[in-house]
Write a protein that binds this ligand. Structure first.
Ligand code: THU
Length: 138
């Protein structure tokens, strides 16, 4: 689902800026992510690859860690950007990570460095998410 009115240029700008710090010498694919938290603060992350390839981390995971480290637990919106032919979506693992702190109605802006963007809802990226309620937790 596309929700064009939810495009947040400030969030895309934050993701674009932090992408410059990505450590992606193996894939050459630099990614930036920004999370708008419940307080209104924006948290940023970039992908950090490793010579031991599976130890690399995604941009979204970095932004999420920064948000949680700051004491926040609510995601209001997300933006992800890369030099991709098509606006880049979060990988499957990051969809699950985001769903820990975001409902299905949270807008996720997918963007390219060339300026294309579109907004999808997290619930459309990860329908039927496994959540704490499935563990019998609030
Ligand atoms: N990557 C992200 O940072 N976020 C995504 O959602 C997709 C993939 C990174 C991981 C790896 O460093 C590079 O992009 C190529 O997969």
């Amino acid at each position: 689902m596309s929700v064009a009115q939810d495009i947040r240029p400030d969030l895309i700008g934050a993701a674009r800026a932090v992408r410059e710090n990505a450590h992606a010498p193996y894939s050459g694919f630099r990614v930036g992510a920004a999370i708008l938290a419940g307080s209104g603060a924006i948290y940023r992350g970039c992908n950090v690859e490793n010579a031991a390839y599976p130890e690399g981390t995604c941009a979204e995971a970095g932004a999420l860690a920064a948000m949680v480290a700051a004491g926040e637990r609510v995601i209001a919106a997300v933006a992800v950007i890369a030099d991709s032919p098509d606006p880049v979506p979060p990988c499957g693992g990051c969809r699950q990570k985001l769903a820990e702190f975001a409902g299905g109605d949270v807008p996720v802006t997918l963007a390219t460095t060339a300026g294309a963007s579109r907004v999808v809802l997290l619930g459309d990226l990860l329908p039927g998410a496994f959540r704490s309620l499935h563990l019998g937790r609030p």
